[in-house]
Design a protein around this ligand. Structure first.
Ligand SMILES: Cc1cc2nc3c(=O)[nH]c(=O)nc-3n(C[C@H](O)[C@H](O)[C@H](O)COP(=O)(O)OP(=O)(O)OC[C@H]3O[C@@H](n4cnc5c(N)ncnc54)[C@H](O)[C@@H]3O)c2cc1C
Length: 397
């Protein structure tokens, strides 16, 4: 039973600090400062969960995490029981505790008139401690069913399905067309949001449980879907959504205009120490990021670490309200202005900016222009800037 008055004793919402911007821009490591985490703070924050009776956070969480229960276990310092409750609904709290947008927090009952419980941070801490304490062990099935399953795609969906199926006793093989396991967590989300050690240690656990992995195999090309279907009792498709949205505008075929995913994919490969030939890099360039969402934000953080000369984001939508609007009351997940860790690090953001044309030079290279006439490539309140020299990549997100 939670402390029913905890939220009255501890009104402040405390989350770990981020490392200072000038320091974190020098590397690709997690922006969060590990040293700023301490047990009394976490337990104090967990105490703010009042076990409200109708936990709207369950509804907010797409996994149905039993949040009040593990909050209360953390309050009491029962970390081993807390990870058991967390794992009951979530295969990989190490991923979600870092990169989930946390709709549980926007639906937290405390959020009606106080800052919400720091659910996401508590979740990350429970699993980090479990790994540190050695309580995350392989769950080897007691008996095999004799059934075989192929899982196509090794993103979080494929991995979670493969882990559950293996633990149920089926013989599971995951097929991945990339050279490494992890899907967009491996090659989309940059290390400063999710370091790849978190994926690697889960793969180790899964291999010890019996899941097998095959990389560099594209189903539909290297093995036909019919062949796969014939080889296995079941096939589970978890191939994600890799199709980019194009901007079919005049000048689109100019050099220097890239989709976000190849850019981030290569950035992640380079950060992992791999050699990338002809890498798209923002180094020394003026970068325009078209698209104001999470992918755009990851492009900003990547470009700044690559030492771009400048980074400007063009968002087609208007600047969202900074506080929850009356039209999106608790417990909905409101659309509000977001400042990600990458936004904190630098760059300009422009809103109501619709791209209508890309301008280039005679060599076919896209160019930056700040003259009022040529800035008709953009609509909306984009202040004219002096035109710097040089070329730059535009990253379409
Ligand atoms: C840049 C970026 C940042 C993001 N940041 C966040 C975030 O901070 N928080 C968040 O919650 N979500 C974030 N997302 C979204 C999140 O990454 C996705 O929702 C999630 O990865 C989807 O998981 P999935 O397993 O369905 O697919 P994916 O992660 O896309 O994995 C699918 C896998 O299937 C493989 N595949 C596809 N076709 C085949 C085939 N024919 N044969 C073999 N393999 C195949 C692909 O190579 C890929 O590895 C982000 C996405 C991007 C692009």
């Amino acid at each position: 039973m939670a402390d029913p008055q905890g939220f009255l004793k501890h009104r402040e919402r405390e989350v770990p600090k981020s490392r200072p911007v000038p320091i974190r821009l020098l590397d690709w490591k997690d922006v969060k400062d590990e040293l700023s985490k301490d047990e009394p703070t976490l337990r104090r924050q967990a105490t703010r969960c009042m076990d409200c009776g109708i936990p709207f956070c369950h509804q907010g969480c797409p996994l149905g995490n039993i949040i009040p229960e593990w909050n209360d276990l953390v309050r009491q310092g029962q970390w081993e029981d807390a990870i058991e409750r967390l794992h009951a609904t979530n295969n990989f709290p190490d991923f979600t505790g870092r990169i989930c947008p946390a709709p549980c927090e926007t639906s937290c009952v405390l959020g009606i008139n106080q800052p919400a419980v720091t659910i996401k941070n508590i979740e990350a801490e429970i699993i980090d401690r479990a790994f540190a304490d050695g309580t995350v062990t392989p769950h080897i099935p007691q008996r095999q069913t004799g059934k075989t399953v192929a899982v196509v795609g090794s993103g979080p969906a494929g991995l979670a399905a493969a882990q559950q199926l293996t633990r149920a006793g089926h013989t599971v093989r995951v097929y991945e067309r990339d050279d490494r396991i992890g899907g967009l967590m491996r090659y989309g989300v940059p290390d400063f949001k999710l370091e790849k050690i978190h994926i690697d240690r889960r793969i180790e656990q899964m291999e010890a449980e019996g899941t097998r992995f095959r990389t560099d195999v594209e189903i539909g090309k290297d093995i036909t879907w019919e062949e796969l279907r014939a080889r296995y009792d079941s096939v589970l498709v978890a191939t994600g959504s890799p199709k980019p949205r194009d901007l079919p505008l005049p000048g689109r075929d100019l050099d220097g205009i890239h989709y976000a995913m190849p850019y981030l994919h290569q950035g992640n490969q380079a950060a992992a120490g791999e050699t990338v030939e002809n890498q798209i890099t923002a180094e020394g360039k003026h970068v325009i990021v078209i698209g104001g969402g999470d992918t755009g934000s990851d492009c900003i953080g990547t470009a700044l670490r690559q030492k771009a000369a400048s980074v400007t984001t063009l968002a087609i939508g208007k600047e969202l309200p900074h506080d929850r609007p009356d039209t999106e009351p608790w417990p909905t997940d409101p659309r509000v202005f977001e400042v990600s860790s990458s936004h904190e690090e630098g760059g300009e953001r422009h809103f109501l900016a619709s791209t209508v044309e890309f301008l280039g030079n005679e060599a076919g290279q896209v160019l930056r222009s700040g003259s009022p006439k040529r800035s008709t490539t953009l609509t909306g309140p984009v202040p004219p800037r002096p035109a710097p020299s040089g070329t730059f990549p535009r990253i379409s997100c």
